[in-house]
Design a protein around this ligand. Structure first.
Ligand code: BGP
Length: 475
């Protein structure tokens, strides 16, 4: 009973949010580098303000981030001390192909990740690699407008092939794109897209989504060809959509919003565009342009597993019912009066994780992997430097309990759990360092000050016990 014996406990990060060192090792500029902190961030990440290089007026948190580029040995040692079985990380595309269109990879970038994987191996930690986590070479943004262009498929697959071949003996678990559905909500961050004046934004979004979906299918094919042991999964920002009331109009609106979210996984896991999407996109005149072989590729190479982030559920009301809006993971939703909210206004809903697990498993019947979950909070060290993050422990405990019930009582096939930002890093939505998720505190402040020293929070020892007991000891 409880979690399966080989359950994969661990933590997750993304290159652009933790590495820094953006001018080192021959690395090229990426979209995440030019997303500033502060009030302009939202317009930049949503593709409504063009920022192709850094200017003197803004600060750019990805430049140094948590400086994992120089601290990775210490960081992975700490992950090992916590007992991680798996570490989810992403590979910075521009460390391997600085401009995105080179034919030969950059050796220094390849060696950097090889060292990371060797370090993981020392502690018996299996890497789970996100090939593209909010990452697009600026060279390809300038040349092609990011994923607006079909040309991206070829560049992405060259990147995939390089990784699958070079890291063949280190990595067998891959995720093709992080939160692929985020292309609808943060198209510059997700896919290097900036809208031109007068462009039909939804048409652009769904065309770019189609390119990513086809690229993802071919990546699955390539992963299997290069190493039959490879497992390649899809990944989306999940969280069940609740109707605000039982009024049928609210239920209908919630169902439609849920479909918009499941659209990507419907294609990646089932292998075809669902009929609701076909009808709606055609009715709006934004059915994507396709090559004749695309639909066959989607069918032939579905994802091996479904991974997702879960931070909160969403609550949706019919447009004619005006309700207070809630924050939460770049999605708009209505404030759910039954839930508590985090320091950043995100709802906290552990049972929602169990509901979400059931919903996804019922829908696809494929192995699932929770690859992000956690609480972004203000952590203040006391005079002794102790960070007593009991609020984080409480959040994680309740979510792990809900997940356990999903496995034990509902029979969901769950491979593992990697909590988000196991080490403090830059927030994707706000660009802040002070929105912290980690078990490990990083002394880096929003004004750029700090020694970058690492310090264990109270949750560090707690998670260590959770892992050692395979999720039994949650106190
Ligand atoms: C997801 C992303 C992550 C991460 C997380 C937390 O959307 O995949 O990259 O950042 O959310 O969100 P935030 O950093 O905005 O608090």
């Amino acid at each position: 009973m409880g979690f399966p014996e080989n359950f994969l406990w661990g933590g997750a990060t993304a290159a652009s949010q933790c590495e820094g060192g953006i001018w080192e090792g021959g690395r090229g500029l990426a979209n995440g580098d030019v997303c500033p902190a502060g009030p302009d961030r939202s317009a930049v990440i949503t593709g409504h303000k063009k920022m192709f290089e850094m200017d003197g007026e803004h600060t750019y948190p990805a430049v140094e981030a948590a400086d994992m580029y120089h601290h990775f040995k210490e960081d992975i040692r700490l992950f090992g001390e916590m007992g991680f079985k798996v570490y989810r990380l992403s590979i910075s595309w521009t460390r391997i192909f600085p401009n995105g269109d080179e034919t030969e990879p950059e050796r220094r970038g390849l060696l950097f990740y090889k060292e990371i994987f060797e370090e993981c191996r020392k502690y018996g930690i299996m890497p789970l690699v996100t090939i593209c986590h909010f990452d697009c070479p600026m060279g390809l943004v300038r040349a092609h407008g990011g994923w607006k262009s079909r040309k991206m498929i070829g560049h992405y697959l060259r990147f995939c092939r390089t990784l699958f071949e070079y890291y063949r003996e280190y990595v067998t678990y891959w995720i093709t794109f992080n939160e692929i559905n985020m292309i609808l909500h943060a198209p510059f961050l997700g896919a290097g897209i900036v809208f031109e004046e007068g462009e039909d934004e939804d048409k652009v979004r769904y065309q770019a989504a189609h390119h990513e979906l086809v690229a993802s299918a071919y990546a699955v094919k390539l992963a299997h060809e290069i190493n039959p042991d490879n497992k390649a999964g899809c990944m989306f920002a999940a969280g069940s959509t609740y109707p605000y009331t039982c009024r049928p109009e609210d239920v209908w609106e919630a169902l439609k919003t849920g479909q918009d979210n499941y659209f990507f996984v419907d294609v990646q896991a089932r292998g075809y565009y669902p009929s609701y999407a076909r009808k709606r996109l055609q009715a709006q005149g934004i059915w994507p342009e396709m090559e004749p072989e695309d639909e066959a590729a989607l069918r032939q190479y579905p994802a091996d597993f479904i991974s997702f982030s879960y931070y909160n559920s969403r609550c949706i009301a019919a447009p004619d019912s005006i309700q207070e809006e809630a924050e939460g993971n770049l999605f708009r939703s209505v404030k759910n009066p039954y839930l508590e909210y985090s320091d950043w206004g995100w709802p906290i809903d552990p049972l929602g994780l169990r509901i979400t697990l059931n919903e996804i498993y019922d829908r696809y019947q494929k192995p699932l992997f929770v690859v992000e979950n956690g609480l972004g909070a203000l952590d203040e060290p006391d005079e002794q430097g102790v960070i007593a993050d009991d609020y984080r422990i409480n959040y994680l405990r309740e979510h792990i309990r809900a997940m356990k019930a999903g496995v034990e009582e509902d029979g969901v096939d769950l491979m593992g759990y990697t909590s988000w930002g196991c080490l403090d890093l830059v927030s994707a939505s706000s660009g802040e360092m002070k929105k912290r998720y980690g078990f490990i505190y990083v002394d880096k402040q929003d004004d750029g000050s700090g020694t970058l020293a690492r310090r264990k929070k109270k949750s560090f020892g707690w998670y260590q016990k959770v892992i050692a007991s395979n999720g039994e000891d949650l106190e």
